[in-house]
Design a protein around this ligand. Structure first.
Ligand code: 1QQ
Length: 386
C-alpha cells in the first residue's frame, strides 16, 4: 500500500532546525500519522517473540524499545510523538505474517520493527517490502535477510561477522584442532549460524568430527551429546536459540564434556545463566554490545535501563533501543511522520550512528557495518573474553 505524502508537515530536527515551514498552514491529519496539538504522531509497529520458548528475547526488546520511546517522546515533545504498536508473534512465522499485515494495512504504521527471529523476518519481510513499508530487524542475524528487498533493514550484526570472531578467539586461546557441531535444524537463524560455523572451521583447518541436530522445543539432548563425547572434540560449536542451547550446555557438562563451548547470537541473553547455571561458565560468544563497556553513551543507557527495570540490559534490549532511535532520527530528517518511502530513503543513508550497541553504518545492501566483541560467562556474567 502506498501512503499519501503528508502535506508539508513541519517537524523540528533534533538539533532544533525547522525543516519545512509549511507556509504557516496547519498540516492536515494524514492516513498514517495524526496531528494532535501541533505534534505529529508516527505510528511504529513492533513484532516480538513475547510468549513461548524464546520470550526472553522479546521481553528484552520490548524493554529497550519502551525506554527509547519514553526518552524520544520527551526530547521531541511538541514536534514528534511516537506511538508504539506491539504485536506478539510467539516466534511463529504465521503469526509474524498476520502481525505485519495488521500493522501495515490496518494500523497504517510508518515502519515495522522486528520480528525477533530471522525465520519470522523471512516470512514477514516480503509483506512489508511489497507494501513499500520499511521493516527494521533488531535481532535478525541470518544470511540473506537484506535480500528480501530494499525496504528491509537491520542493525543486528550478521552471524557471518560475529561467529568467526568468537571461534577465532577461542581457537587461539585453547589450541583447538577438532570440533563437533550441534544446531537446531528447524530454525532459520540456527541453520544459518551452523553454516557459518562450518565454513569458519573449514577455513581455519579445524577437523569437523560430527554434525548433530536438534529441533526447537526439544529438552533431551543425551543421544547427540553422548555421540559428540565419544568423538572426543577439543570444542563444541552450538547454534540454537537460548532455551535449547542452555539445556545442551547443561547436559554436556553433566556428561563430563568439559571442553570449550562456542555459541552464536542465541546465547546473548541472561536466560542462559538462569537455565544452565554453573554449566554456562566459560561459554564463548560474540556480541556487538556489552553493558560493561566504558563508553559514556553505553553507561548512560545502562543506568537509565537499570533505573527503569532494576536490571542490566542485554544485547537484545540495546539493539532495540538503538533501532527506535535510528527510525526516529530518520523520520525527523525527512520532516515527515508518515512517509514510508521518504523514511526508507533516509534509513538507507544511515552512517556513523553512534548507538549503544556500537557505531553503525549500512553497506550498499543495508547490512550493518559494525565490530563485535567476544565475551564469555564468568561468575554468571558476560565479561570480555581475553
Ligand atoms: C535470529 C537471531 C535470534 C537469536 C534472535 C532471537 O539472531 O533469529 O536471527
Amino acid at each position: 500500500m502506498k501512503v499519501k505524502n503528508a502535506m508539508g508537515i513541519a517537524l523540528t530536527a533534533m538539533l532544533g532546525i525547522s525543516l519545512l515551514a509549511g507556509c504557516g498552514e496547519k498540516p492536515a491529519a494524514t492516513e498514517t500519522g495524526a496531528e494532535v496539538n501541533g505534534e505529529q504522531v508516527a505510528k511504529i509497529g513492533y513484532i516480538g517473540f513475547l510468549s513461548g520458548g524464546g520470550a526472553a528475547y522479546g521481553e528484552a526488546q520490548k524493554k529497550g524499545l519502551e525506554l527509547a520511546l519514553e526518552e524520544l517522546n520527551e526530547t521531541n515533545k511538541g514536534n514528534l510523538k511516537i506511538e508504539l504498536l506491539i504485536e506478539d508473534s510467539a516466534g511463529k512465522k504465521e503469526s509474524a505474517i498476520n502481525a505485519a499485515n495488521k500493522l501495515i494495512n490496518q494500523d497504517n504504521v510508518v515502519a515495522v520493527i522486528g520480528p525477533t527471529l530471522s525465520g519470522e523476518m523471512f516470512a514477514a519481510g516480503p509483506i512489508a517490502n511489497d507494501a513499500e513499508t520499511p521493516i527494521f530487524g533488531i535481532s535478525n542475524t541470518a544470511e540473506g535477510i537484506n535480500d528480501i528487498g530494499e525496504y528491509v533493514f537491520r542493525n543486528s550484526l550478521p552471524e557471518s561477522i560475529a561467529v568467526p570472531k568468537a571461534i577465532e578467539a577461542a581457537v587461539n586461546k585453547f589450541n583447538i584442532k577438532k570440533v563437533a557441531v550441534i544446531y537446531c535444524k528447524n530454525d532459520d537463524f540456527s541453520v544459518s549460524g551452523f553454516k557459518t560455523m562450518k565454513a569458519t572451521a573449514e577455513k581455519m583447518n579445524l577437523e569437523i568430527l560430527g554434525e548433530e541436530t536438534v529441533s526447537t522445543g526439544d529438552v533431551d539432548f543425551s543421544a547427540q551429546l553422548t555421540k559428540i563425547k565419544a568423538s572426543n572434540p577439543d570444542a563444541i560449536l552450538v547454534s540454537t536459540l537460548y532455551k535449547e542451547g542452555s539445556l545442551i550446555v547443561k547436559k554436556a557438562r553433566e556428561l563430563g564434556l568439559n571442553v570449550p563451548i562456542i555459541g552464536g547470537n542465541g546465547f546473548n541473553n541472561p536466560q542462559v545463566v538462569e537455565i544452565a547455571g554453573e554449566a554456562a561458565e566459560g561459554l564463548v560468544v560474540a556480541t556487538p554490545f556489552s553493558p560493561e563497556k566504558q563508553d559514556e553513551n553505553v553507561q548512560n543507557f545502562v543506568k537509565a535501563f537499570e533505573a527503569k527495570y532494576g536490571k542490566k540490559p542485554d544485547q537484545f534490549a540495546a539493539q532495540a533501543y538503538d533501532g527506535l532511535y535510528i527510525i526516529a532520527q530518520s523520520l525527523l530528517k525527512t520532516g515527515n511522520a508518515d512517509d514510508r518511502n521518504a523514511l526508507r530513503d533516509e534509513l538507507a543513508k544511515l552512517a556513523d550512528f553512534n548507538g549503544v550497541s556500537g557505531k553503525l553504518s549500512f553497506d550498499e545492501k543495508r547490512n550493518p557495518v559494525a565490530v563485535p566483541v567476544v565475551v564469555t560467562i564468568k561468575d554468571g556474567k558476560f565479561v570480555p573474553f581475553e
